[in-house]
Design a protein around this ligand. Structure first.
Ligand code: NAP
Length: 461
């Protein structure tokens, strides 16, 4: 569920001083936490419970009555009870008629029941106005006041007036109601708290898959090959050298995969001559998780930076440097400065620094607190123009690292090229296709298509 696509109702809170009494069925964790918050916000609260005995856990300004008595005192009744216990509500049907019932319930599994809990409640007690709300807010957050992460309250219901009353309460509690439409949306709202990183699954699995592939690839080339042919034990490469090879490779491929769907979408639109036909589902899903792909890529790039920082203090690096100095001293030779090599090395580092800085900037601008403060054009400038520039810098960084090693036969062990060469395939494809797409003969029709022009309109103008 994409939170950003919801319609945030920015209406002013109900400012009248007199708050209507709110009834809560159930004195469990959630009922008590919500009751406490409602009382703090100035609402008289009455609890409907199986036991009318009050306890120290129940907010002291609240009344505890039987369900029937409590229901008669309020127009809005919040059902803070698990769905499996709803059946007793049928006996209160007459008292509840015409009242607003707020279903806050969650399930243990996604799509656990054929219909949503809110729809079930509406069927069970006909003549009531059922509104789904509050299920994404936890009792703990309500009680501790740490509502920063869960300030949004998804609300849905078939009765506009009832929904509006509930949204007024949500606002009065300092939360943000997000109108999701009719009660048909309740199932999706109930599934929402049960989703496990929905947008992150693909990027994380993909990055783990790539990391595992390149780990074994590098193990074969850099550890097993020298062991078999030169009897050298480079198994310690597993700790730093191989991870430091995998991280930039995965980061670069993932960064290219952020921009590949945009390029594919452009080709599809050019081919179809319209923007009004749906992309294939896989492309839609891929587009939706580009931000997450980019952030996972940034995490790998960050690890690469950390691994690179420790290279000078590695025992292997110190041994290699001192060995080189020693062998030159023994031969009584000095090595003249290779300016071409110095240029290559400095350019490689400079491109890496520039690429990582822009990458970091992209990551920061994707944070909601930052992206909310830039307009659409600024956001597109950073994510698209600077994004491509980042891809160019990072690809160039890798190309310069390779230098002319592409041509050296020693780069191919068991016919396997160096892993960084494989990492260049996707970025180079994306950059070449993007370069072709900015030619006016393709860019102009694409811009017109994106403005609504159709090559073969279905209906004559
Ligand atoms: P809870 O602590 O188990 O409380 C449920 C309450 O339901 C009980 O205290 C009891 O109140 C009442 N109840 C239990 N069995 C009943 C029965 N057979 N007949 C009538 N009433 C019965 O659960 P909770 O954590 O407060 O959750 C309540 C609802 O809020 C659930 O639907 C849950 O999915 C939803 N929710 C909870 C949270 C959370 O963070 N806990 C967050 C969002 C939504 P009395 O003893 O007063 O009758």
């Amino acid at each position: 569920m994409n939170k950003n696509s919801y319609n945030i109702m920015a209406l002013a809170p109900n400012t009248s001083n007199k708050r209507e009494t709110v009834c809560i069925f159930g004195t469990g964790d959630f009922g008590r936490a919500l009751g406490h918050k409602l009382i703090q916000s100035g609402y008289p609260v009455v609890f409907g419970s199986r036991s009318t005995q009050t306890s120290s856990l129940i907010p002291k300004d609240a009344e505890v009555l039987s369900h029937a008595e409590a229901a008669q005192k309020a127009a809005i009744i919040i059902i803070a009870i698990q769905r499996q216990h709803y059946s007793f509500l049928t006996s209160l049907a007459e008292i509840l008629r015409g009242k607003v019932l707020v279903d806050v319930s969650n399930n243990l599994k996604i799509n656990q029941y054929p219909e949503s809990n809110a729809e079930y409640l509406a069927q069970l007690v006909p003549g009531t106005k059922v509104v789904k709300a509050f299920n994404t807010v936890s009792a703990w957050a309500l009680q501790s006041g740490t509502l920063d992460a869960s300030r949004q309250v998804f609300v849905c219901g078939d009765d506009m007036e009832a929904k509006q009353m509930v949204m007024d309460i949500v606002r009065a509690l300092g939360l943000t109601p997000l109108d999701q439409g009719s009660l048909l949306a309740a199932q999706e709202i109930e599934n929402y708290p049960l989703q496990l990183f929905p947008m992150w699954k693909f990027p994380i699995l993909l990055s783990l898959g790539l990391a595992a592939f390149f780990f074994f690839y590098s193990l074969i080339r850099d550890v097993i090959y020298p062991y078999v042919y030169e009897s050298k034990d480079f198994s310690f490469f597993i700790a730093i050298s191989i991870p430091n090879r995998i991280c930039p490779i995965v980061a670069l491929i993932l960064l290219a995969l952020v921009y590949l769907p945009g390029v594919l979408a452009a080709i599809i639109q050019l081919y179809r001559g319209t923007k009004y036909s749906r992309f294939p589902d896989w492309l839609d899903k891929w587009m939706l998780c580009r931000k997450q792909l980019g952030l996972v890529a940034l995490a790998f790039a960050f690890l690469h930076v950390l691994y690179t920082l420790v290279i000078p203090i590695r025992s292997f690096s110190r041994w290699r440097t001192s060995n080189q100095i020693l062998s030159l001293a023994l031969k009584n030779e000095t090595e003249p400065l290779n300016t071409a090599h110095a240029w290559l090395s400095d350019s490689y580092l400079a491109l890496g620094i520039l690429g990582f800085s822009l990458f970091f900037l992209l990551g920061i601008t994707s944070l909601p607190s930052v992206s909310n403060n830039v307009n659409w054009r600024e956001f597109r400038f950073v994510q698209s123009k600077l994004g491509y520039l980042t891809l160019i810098f990072c690809t160039a960084h890798t190309l310069v690292y390779g230098g002319n090693r592409f041509l050296s036969p020693s780069s191919y062990r068991w016919y396997l090229p160096n892993a960084y060469m494989l990492s260049l395939i996707v970025p180079c494809i994306v950059l070449v296709v993007k370069f072709v797409l900015i030619f006016p003969c393709l860019d102009k029709p694409l811009t017109r298509i994106r403005q609504g022009w159709e090559r073969n309109p279905q209906y004559p103008e």
